[in-house]
Each structure stands twice: as C-alpha cells, then as structure tokens.
Design a protein around this ligand. Structure first.
Ligand SMILES: [Zn+2]
Ligand SMILES: [Zn+2]
Length: 264
C-alpha cells in the first residue's frame, strides 16, 4: 500500500505530527508515505485552511528527518497546491523552490468561495449546484494545463456535502479526463469521501472507469488529517481498482512517475 496524500497538524485543521503519521503508516503496512501539506499562501486570508509560511521549514525538516530515521518506509516530500488564479505566480515560484517528490493540484476555490469548506456550504444554493460542478471542472482543466502539478487531487469534490448535479456531467467529466491524460497527470484516488456525508470515493467509481478507459494513471491518497486515517479503506479501494480494470498504480520520486503493481 502507498498513501500519497496525508496532512499534519501544521495545516491547522489536522492533528498529529510527521512522526505520528509515519508510525501509523508503518503499523498499517504502508510502503510509501507521501506528505502533501496544504501550500502556505501568505496573501490569502485563510486562517485554518493551510500551513503558515513560518511553519514551512518545520514541515520540510521533519519530513527529511523522518526519511533518515525510518529506513523501513519510503517517505516522500509532497505538497497539495491549490489552483487559485490570482496567486499562480506565487504558487509557481513556491513549487519551483523546494525539492518536492510530487505536487498535487487541487481546486478548492471558485473565485473567493472555498466550496470545500463546511463553513461555506450554504453557498451551493445561491451559486447553483450545476454551476458549481461546471465551473469546478473548468478550473480543473485549467489546473492540469498549467503544467505545475503531477496529480489532480480529489476530482469531483463538489459532491462532498451530498450535492448532485441536475445536468448530465458526463461530457464535462470526459473533457476533463482527456485534458488530464493529454497533460500527463495522474488522478488522486482519494478515500476521504468515504468518511464524508457523500460516502463515496473521489472520484466516483463511474469516473474511475472512464479514467481507466483513457489510461490515466492513479495513485491512492487517504487525505488523512489524523494519523489514524492513514491508508483509510485502502484494501477495498485496491480491490475496486482491480475490478475496474487497473493493474497498476503509480509512485513518484523527484517528480518522476513510475508504475507500481496493484497488489503491493
Ligand atoms: Zn486539509
Ligand atoms: Zn484538498
């Protein structure tokens, strides 16, 4: 099992430090653990959404220290970076500055609305659910085309609170998957949706089947915000991927992707 999407207490809406995640991963038999902390964006007013810039060195130091102290597990330095059009210059230079093994590109915002934050979920009604999904997929396509990211995070996350598009989204989804394929990105198969109101993987099984048809690589992530959530629901997720037709997942090192058989 490889888990390429875990956070720490440094993001301010999670618990546990790097070492506690590593210990939990080892106990669960995880072979590769990818830390993907939320990128600090000092200019953005988002007090509980991401790491403070002042904590960046703590994160980096702890991940590298854990790499030295736990040779029994492969530990990767990653980042979950938003796609946020007004801040792309900053985000690009941040990503370029540090030796990441992988970078997840995630869309959490439409304009200034963090639709993934429970605090603002009422806004789905006034914004419109169909419009939320359409604009979301458009932003994901733009994110993929920037060339800044390796993996698209939790595709279809606007369903988090149980919202469903009234319109048929299959065209939007196929267009988005084609862009992801063309741009050479992988998909984060994110099990956190199973812990949320929606009780589904991100992306949903139907989208994963389409992704498999397009031959898009996948990588598992628990999106753990607590050490106990590392590798959450992974055995059944590996089985599902196999059923869908996947025979491998992928892994990263120094932002270079390689494949990894499903049953490791
Ligand atoms: Zn988070
Ligand atoms: Zn995210």
């Amino acid at each position: 099992m490889n888990d390429y999407h875990v956070h720490t207490r440094l993001c301010k809406h999670g618990e546990g430090d790097v070492y506690q995640y590593v210990e939990s991963a080892i106990a669960k038999g995880v072979k590769e653990l990818g830390f993907a902390e939320h990128i600090p964006i000092p200019a953005l007013n988002d007090p509980y959404g991401r790491m403070d810039f002042a904590d960046w060195n703590v994160y980096w130091r702890d991940v590298e220290d854990a790499q030295r102290h736990y040779p029994e597990i492969k530990i990767l330095l990653g980042l979950e970076a938003d796609y946020l059009p007004p801040y792309m210059e900053y985000i690009e230079s941040f990503i370029a500055q540090y030796p990441f093994d992988f970078v997840i590109g995630s869309v959490h915002f439409i304009g200034d609305w963090d639709f993934s934050n429970p605090q603002y979920k009422e806004r789905y009604e006034s914004f419109g659910v169909d419009r939320t999904f359409c604009e979301y997929y458009q932003l994901v396509r733009e994110a993929a085309m920037t060339g800044l990211y390796d993996i698209i995070g939790h595709l279809d996350i606007p369903k988090r609170y149980g919202h469903k598009a009234g319109l048929d989204m299959s065209g939007e989804i196929d267009d988005t998957l084609k862009v992801i394929k063309r741009c050479g990105l992988a998909l984060d198969v994110n099990t956190s949706g199973l812990r949320r109101q929606v009780q589904e993987l991100y992306p949903a099984q139907t989208i994963l089947s389409r992704a498999c048809a397009f031959d898009i690589p996948v990588i598992l992530g628990s999106d753990a915000h607590n050490p106990t959530e590392v590798a959450f629901a992974f055995p059944e997720t590996y089985r599902l991927l196999e059923k869908i037709g996947y025979s491998e997942t992928c892994v990263y090192k120094n932002r270079i992707r390689s494949s990894c058989p499903l049953n490791t």
